[in-house]
Design a protein around this ligand. Structure first.
Ligand code: NAD
Length: 316
């Protein structure tokens, strides 16, 4: 009898053991490229297809859970970089995606469309300039015409040009940076808002420069600071309608934005000053956009600026 009991106990404990994880899941960790980076040889606005190493947007460790099933997202600057990776993860979560981008970036947009298709949904590319309010209206109309609804707006397009001093920032540059980075966000919100349902989301791409400032990016940093205040103010104003408004503020990210306008010498050590000692890859930033897009994840979260900063803790 005692022997039988012991045997039962033994087989029960064996069963328990087999339910335990056999080994640690390795998929969350993929080794990412770090400085020094080679010369990229690209110019503004920056073709991602020409970069080496290629920015990583595929997020192989990211498993979908149908969080955005049947929803529609519009992502400005969705052809490349952070916007591309967010668009691909949205598609993995079941969303259809409209990509707004500069006409010069059609090749990058085509690659993103293929990647969206490979996730099992569909995308459209809408080339144009977000600093033109008429275009922003048209972009929303085209999205509605194609997909019939709009649930998520990602304001992510940006213009950036480093200058050594404020004297070097001319009025034309100041205007272009503001017209793209903050006027463009406002125009897109005006165009999209009448169509966003309860539970919809607006996500604005900010930057560490909007929290800390940057002496070589005075105009750009100022727009990013404005984006943070815009995010919080809009969140307050739309809380009753249950439309969440949040921002993602990355540190350095390996995308065409910086190598397109900075010297190879500067780019060689890009991201080396972060506690991680390297820039983020777009695939490491994109899940923050899914978090804010998905009501299942962030229903009670609005008006937040989420830093994705590789260990930097003083910003904000
Ligand atoms: P990116 O060059 O891949 O994306 C920028 C996109 O903006 C381009 O695809 C371009 O088509 C689009 N764009 C620019 N001007 C436009 C206009 N007038 N109309 C329509 N589209 C326009 O670079 P990225 O780094 O992925 O940038 C995405 C966002 O991330 C930006 O808001 C940027 O400020 C922010 N950001 C980037 C970094 C970084 O280090 N790369 C760091 C912090 C924040």
């Amino acid at each position: 009898m005692a022997r039988q009991k012991a045997a039962t106990k033994k087989s029960a404990s064996k069963k328990q053991n087999s339910a335990k994880p056999q080994k640690a899941a390795p998929r969350a960790v993929r080794k990412q490229p770090k400085p020094p980076f080679p010369e990229q040889g690209i110019s503004p606005p920056g073709e991602e297809a020409k970069m080496d190493p290629r920015p990583r947007y595929e997020a192989p460790a990211y498993r979908a859970a149908a969080k955005l099933q049947g929803m529609v997202a519009l992502v400005t600057g969705g052809d490349s970089g952070i916007g591309r990776s967010a668009a691909v993860l949205f598609a993995r979560e079941g969303a259809y995606v409209a990509l707004v981008h500069l006409p010069e970036e059609q090749k990058d947009a085509d690659e993103t469309l293929r990647a969206i298709g490979a996730e099992g949904t569909e995308g459209i590319s809408i080339p144009g300039d977000v600093s033109d309010p008429k275009f922003c209206k048209k972009a929303v109309e085209k999205t509605l015409k194609k997909f019939g609804r709009l649930d998520i707006l990602v304001n992510n397009a940006a213009y950036q040009q480093h200058r050594e001093s404020v004297e070097e920032v001319d009025i034309e540059q100041w205007d272009r940076t503001f017209k793209t980075n903050i006027y463009g966000y406002f125009y897109m919100v005006k165009a999209a808002l009448p169509h966003l349902p309860e539970g919809g989301a607006i996500i604005n791409t900010s930057s560490i420069t909007g929290l800390e400032g940057n002496k070589s990016l005075i105009d750009y940093s100022s727009t990013k600071g404005a984006i943070n205040a815009f995010t919080k103010s809009l969140a307050q104003s739309l809380a009753e309608r249950r439309i969440r408004v949040n921002a993602v503020a990355p540190g350095p990210v390996w995308t065409p934005l910086n190598p397109a306008e900075r010297s190879p010498e500067e780019m060689q050590e890009f991201g080396a000053g972060t506690p991680y000692g390297r820039p983020a890859e777009p695939e490491e930033v994109a899940p923050a956009f899914v978090f804010f897009a998905s009501a299942a994840d962030s229903h009670y979260v609005t008006g937040q600026v989420l830093g994705v900063l590789g260990g930097e803790t003083t910003a904000g």
